[in-house]
Design a protein around this ligand. Sequence first.
Ligand SMILES: *Cc1c(COP(=O)(O)O)cnc(C)c1O
Length: 369
Amino acid sequence: MNWLDKITASHVRSLTPYESARRLFASSGHQSRVYLNANESPTADCFEIDSSHFNRYPDCQPSELISAYADYAELNPDQVIATRGADEGIELLIRAFCTPAKSKVLICTPTYGMYAISAQTFNVGIVDVELLPDFSLNLADIKQQVGNVNIVFLCSPNNPTGTLLNQSDIHEVLTAYKDSAIVVLDEAYIEFSARHNNANLLKQYSNLVILRTLSKAFGLAGIRCGFMLCSDAIHSVIMKVIAPYPISDPVAQIASTSLSEKGLAHMSARVDELNIELNKLKHALCEIDAVDVVGEQCGNFILFRSSLNQELMQFLVEQNVLIRNQSKQTNLNNCLRISAGTSSENDKVISLIQQFFIKHANSTQQKAN
Ligand SMILES: *Cc1c(COP(=O)(O)O)cnc(C)c1O
């Protein structure tokens, strides 16, 4: 073993880097590529930046930004923490509430990959209570883990199944863990299907943490800004582990602007547009015999199953259209995920998928003849 391997923490040595959509396919230098693989907004907005304070360190929690998000979420400012994306929120929770080599977190796969990755990075154990076949929570098995885990990660709408959790199931988990664990409700996609304001539940449950982000509906994945909504007791603990300057001044300015009245109206319009596009994608995929749409479409993406998933992915990559392979996830064998893009991007991916299956049907027929 060389010296670098020797000094690398043993739990880190065995890790492989998270295969983010961007690591698999870098975005630089490929203007012609269609990116439907990371649930990003297909369009970007314009912002003006004031650099007059760039010589100063920013506030740890820029007050204008915090009050803007608190207004949006209908909470008090002391219930809101701004983070470098929801991903940093996940990490801060694990660092604050788990002891390495001792504590465990509960996840419900198939779900967002970063809960497990962050836990592994800090040498924290993982208990996986798989979702039921209809992608709802296995409440009986989740309740059996009371006392065994410090954090329960729930995701609604869930990535990559696009399904919402039952409201009563969320209440049951919060109640079961009320004296023993943080229950994290990841609402990265909530703007696409807001049916309940779960921020209201913070009044009722002191163990609830809600994660939000500007990366999806707000179209700001590039600035890295997310929010943690929680009780003031949890707020105080997180403040012990957060970096002194997590939110840079330009990020705070852009994020605050996106939460202005005009920004919010713009976000709503984008959500309406993407929901129409998602419907279009769904109808087109439903028409193809060799494809089964899986889950629901409560986010900005659609999941489907095809036994030819590998060949289809390969074909789309050759045509410079990128979607995401989800077939390694629990119970999602042969599944691919498409993020809703612009109208023309979606038309392109639909027509390529149709072409692929027509070509394939023809070639199997030829073989049969
Ligand atoms: C995209 C995503 C995140 C990460 O959001 P960032 O704010 O960009 O870090 C968190 N949770 C889920 C479920 C996501 O899909």
